[in-house]
Design a protein around this ligand. Sequence first.
Ligand SMILES: CC(=O)N[C@H]1[C@@H](OP(=O)(O)OP(=O)(O)OC[C@H]2O[C@@H](n3ccc(=O)[nH]c3=O)[C@H](O)[C@@H]2O)O[C@H](CO)[C@@H](O)[C@@H]1O[C@H](C)C(=O)N[C@@H](C)C(=O)N[C@H](CCC(=O)O)C(=O)O
Ligand SMILES: Nc1ncnc2c1ncn2[C@@H]1O[C@H](COP(=O)(O)OP(=O)(O)OP(=O)(O)O)[C@@H](O)[C@H]1O
Ligand SMILES: N[C@H](CCC[C@H](N)C(=O)O)C(=O)O
Ligand SMILES: [Mg+2]
Length: 484
Amino acid sequence: MHLKDLAGILPVEGTAFPDLEVTGLSSDSRAVKTGVVFFALAGSKADGSAYAADAAARGAAAIVTGRDTTVSGLSIPVLAVDDPRLALALSAARFFGRQPETMVAVTGTAGKTSVAAFTRQIWEQAGFVAASIGTTGVVAPGRNEYGSLTTPDPVALHRLLKELADSGVTHASMEASSHGLDQRRLDGVKLAAGGFTNLGRDHMDYHPTVEDYHRAKLRLFDTLLPKGAPAIVFADDPWSEPTIKAAKAAGLKVLTVGRHGDFLTLKRVEHERHRQRAEIVADGVLHEVDLPLAGDFQIANALVSAGLAIATGTPSAKALAALEKLKGAPGRLDLVGTTAAGAPVYVDYAHKPDALENVLTSVRPFTTGRVVVVFGCGGDRDRGKRPIMGEIATRLADVVIVTDDNPRTEVPETIRAAILAAAPGAIEIGDRRKAIHEAVAMLRAGDTLIVAGKGHEEGQTIGAETFHFSDHEEVRDALKERAA
Ligand SMILES: CC(=O)N[C@H]1[C@@H](OP(=O)(O)OP(=O)(O)OC[C@H]2O[C@@H](n3ccc(=O)[nH]c3=O)[C@H](O)[C@@H]2O)O[C@H](CO)[C@@H](O)[C@@H]1O[C@H](C)C(=O)N[C@@H](C)C(=O)N[C@H](CCC(=O)O)C(=O)O
Ligand SMILES: Nc1ncnc2c1ncn2[C@@H]1O[C@H](COP(=O)(O)OP(=O)(O)OP(=O)(O)O)[C@@H](O)[C@H]1O
Ligand SMILES: N[C@H](CCC[C@H](N)C(=O)O)C(=O)O
Ligand SMILES: [Mg+2]
């Protein structure tokens, strides 16, 4: 590609070097090589324009900056744009040039990873070659890779989308995190449909208010989806109404799902310990669906996923039948094992208040003994959620063990203290391994243990270092030890 091929996105018409060869794009000067266009982004920690000279010294073809920053004294073109993050996303889409034909994105506070995984599975069962992209990584035929961000940055994302399209993937579902939406990471993706699950408290370290957080989520509907595209909205959440309103105002075809849904109407649901039996009306036809997943909330995720698959061409009977074979996303109310006395142990990714509340509420009806929960809160993230989660755990569980969950650069005791302040009677065991082993050891017949917060994660970040750690492995070890 030549610099001039980015015309319309970057102001290259007037530059003296329109024929410059572009070998890549980057927003990190440390990754710049000869011919790479460097996008100087104003970030949360640094201002990329401070690294323009570094990028130039490494052979950058051009520098893209915001209009409000001045970069001077370089012998390569410096291109000023209104929104460098948007320019990066659009440039990445054009540079890589291909994506799966049918792509959908889902947003919401909880359920994105599950919906992305379920939508992929429904498409697969309908005979499409499908992929999903999100917190747990990338899943596609012959590919299952651990990821680091929920919504990858635009360069990584469009490189991946091209690889997927080149390998024959025609359908892909992805998670749209509020950070990703706010930072324009998805602005270059051509979307066929969008989904909304719910809204609760999350990322209050990044968004000043819940309204600001909701507005970031709404970008999917009012900015990214083309007019007339279907928006599948879960209808039974307090934030459903404003979301539906915004999607309608943006000219989208709003399809609601849930008890209050018109497109897929949930008539009746019976929750069992490891499954749910639901009656769903689609197009006037009643379907009985036996969903093989634990957790009341999975019905909501299944409905949004079926809605997305149907809206993108899967016949409704096929999509609803596919729900009977769904596999949960790793670490989402994941039954890892049971004690000899039959007490189940689940690993779950609840790391925010609503998720913790849902998961503890979900297991209560099937627990004749005690609900035991092990959890912590991440360091360098939303501090306000700590006492809220402490209160929820204390109210909904019988035994609360407060432990560490990625303390990062914070003092772990301080994080625990903030949770414990709202969790009278809770047991404090900082070492997560020890906390899990002690929790398993105390289980009696009829009890249920939830190890919450890390789900699929494979590390514990303490300071700047990440050590290998898996809740799944620890639970299995502890169950083995007990059986021995
Ligand atoms: C807070 C946040 O979202 N940060 C993201 C953001 O970084 P930033 O722009 O703030 O970066 P910065 O460190 O201030 O640096 C500014 C710029 O200078 C550049 N730089 C810096 C140093 C240097 O030597 N040279 C150089 O060019 C940086 O590459 C960057 O472009 O843009 C980067 C590129 O897209 C992201 O990798 C980075 O994600 C960090 C790693 C992160 O932890 N993000 C989390 C909070 C996140 O995005 N989470 C969401 C939600 C999760 C969920 O709930 O599911 C996600 O989608 O994963
Ligand atoms: N529809 C839902 N309603 C409420 N809670 C849910 C729902 N779906 C999932 N959860 C809870 O939230 C946790 C995370 O689920 P999931 O990974 O699917 O959501 P996510 O939106 O991708 O979250 P994250 O932003 O952390 O990646 C689950 O482990 C479960 O505890
Ligand atoms: N166990 C985790 C979950 C983090 C989830 C992530 N999506 C975010 O909040 O950035 C932690 O708090 O470290
Ligand atoms: Mg996720």
